[in-house]
Design a protein around this ligand. Structure first.
Ligand SMILES: Cc1ncc(COP(=O)(O)O)c(C=O)c1O
Length: 415
């Protein structure tokens, strides 16, 4: 007899879903209200917010708000209708693609409706069953899901381990000699949990020994790294060696959508073959016009990135000086590592939110090993040094309570 899918779902709610009853609306699906920025309303009270990837503070920038409002009034959200290939192309889409190409130093660009879908679909489009994918073990879900669609072999290398990457490239090289396929290496510019940069320069150097193409997901790098905000490759001086560059609008741009940049012929191939774009409606015009405005501000207001780094450096230096462990971050992503159980971590977060009015994200098992708690802070250009100092002061208090065992009680965090 066949299993009833609904019955199975009722019994097994999934790794995070199993906690839904206890956490929905508070630890999961919280509602942050008010203008997007460092101070937002959570459950009716203003909280200092470190959980949004609004790196450059563009979400509530007056020029951005004005451009978004005017574009929505002028075009509405219906336009353009249809997929780009059929009826949904516009001069604005093409202008944005040209400007993005210049920004990330590539020949051409294709816009995509979501970052997640862009990466997944581009991987699916670029490889065939004879090819081998070699990818970092801690890759984002959109890479993993793209790899899952791949019909050929895939070899994973240990996170940021160049020796292992080389080993996997050796295996891949042997295999493609038989299949007649090619090799696609996939990694990230910035790993969003630990905040460490992908070792792009070292991977690019491996091209001297192996034949492969390099795909980089630079969701957190675009706008935050590189002399002109062109991303992690620009930061490491190896942008040229990145063959396929992915950026999202969901972080520094404070918008929605994403893009893939590469050689002209590769982008043309993606334009005519990438299933998520040829079979889906184009990005609405207000989003495209809004992205153009944001890109203009990134180019003309370098002080946004400077301020982001001023806050990032103050936060990371202050945390280290006060004895906190922030691991190997060399980007704006600031993880604060602590030791404790899952009940302790929920009590700690509850205390932090309710008694210190600080809102940040928490990462626990199974995302990180059992017994580890990560409080993940995302600085932005619109935080202040006072925000930084207050946070470090409060963190010192809560870590003292954690070490004293005060969060062991399971009474505090009933939400
Ligand atoms: C590394 C990475 N890649 C891709 C994405 C997906 O981008 P989007 O939110 O635009 O779908 C994210 C998160 O949003 C990310 O952190």
């Amino acid at each position: 007899m066949a299993q009833d899918i609904f019955e199975r779902i009722k019994e097994n709610r999934g790794p995070i879903g199993q906690h839904a009853k206890a956490s929905h609306g508070y630890f999961t699906f919280p509602k942050l209200e008010g203008d997007i920025g460092p101070h937002m309303i959570f459950r009716g009270k203003k909280r200092l917010n470190w959980s949004l990837n609004n790196y450059l503070g563009l979400a509530n920038h007056p020029e951005v708000r004005k451009a978004d409002t005017e574009a929505a009034a002028e075009f509405g959200f219906a336009a353009p209708m249809g997929a780009r290939m059929m009826s949904g192309n516009s001069n604005y889409h093409e202008q944005l693609e040209a400007e993005l190409s210049a920004f990330v130093e590539k020949e051409d660009t294709i816009l995509c409706n979501f970052g997640y879908q862009a990466t997944l679909s581009a991987i699916d489009c670029l490889v065939d069953r004879r090819d081998v994918i070699v990818y970092d073990a801690e890759s984002h879900a959109c890479i993993l899901d793209g790899v899952r669609l791949h019909m050929g072999k895939r070899y994973v290398f240990k996170h940021n381990d160049i020796e292992d990457c080389e080993k996997q490239l050796e295996r891949a090289t042997k295999l493609v000699a038989e299949t007649g396929g090619g090799i696609l290496v996939i990694t990230e510019g910035v790993f969003g949990m630990r905040g460490d940069q992908g070792k792009l320069k070292e991977i690019v150097d491996l091209k001297k020994k192996f034949d492969f193409r390099l795909f980089v997901d630079d969701a957190h790098g675009i706008g935050t790294l590189g002399a002109t905000g062109g991303g992690t490759g620009q930061e490491q001086g190896c942008q040229d060696g990145i063959d396929i560059y992915f950026g999202t609008f969901a972080k520094s741009f404070a918008l929605i959508g994403g893009f893939i940049s590469s050689d002209e012929q590769v982008v043309e191939y993606l334009r005519y073959n990438m299933r998520s774009q040829i079979f889906a409606k184009a990005l609405p015009l207000p989003l495209v016009v809004g992205a153009l405005k944001r890109l203009e501000l990134m180019r003309t207001q370098p002080e946004l990135k400077e301020n982001l780094w001023k806050i990032t450096n103050a936060l990371q230096k202050g945390l280290i000086e006060n004895g906190f462990e922030i691991g190997e971050t060399n980007t704006c992503v600031t993880p604060v590592y602590m030791n404790g159980s899952i009940p302790e971590s929920t009590n700690l977060i509850y205390d932090l939110r309710e008694n210190y009015n600080i809102f940040c994200s928490m990462v626990v098992y199974p995302v990180v090993p059992k017994g580890m708690i990560i409080l993940r802070l995302i600085p932005t250009a619109v935080h202040t040094i006072e925000d930084v100092n207050y946070t470090i002061e409060c963190f010192s208090k809560i870590v003292g309570k954690l070490k004293a065992g005060e969060y062991m009680s399971d009474k505090i965090a009933s939400v």
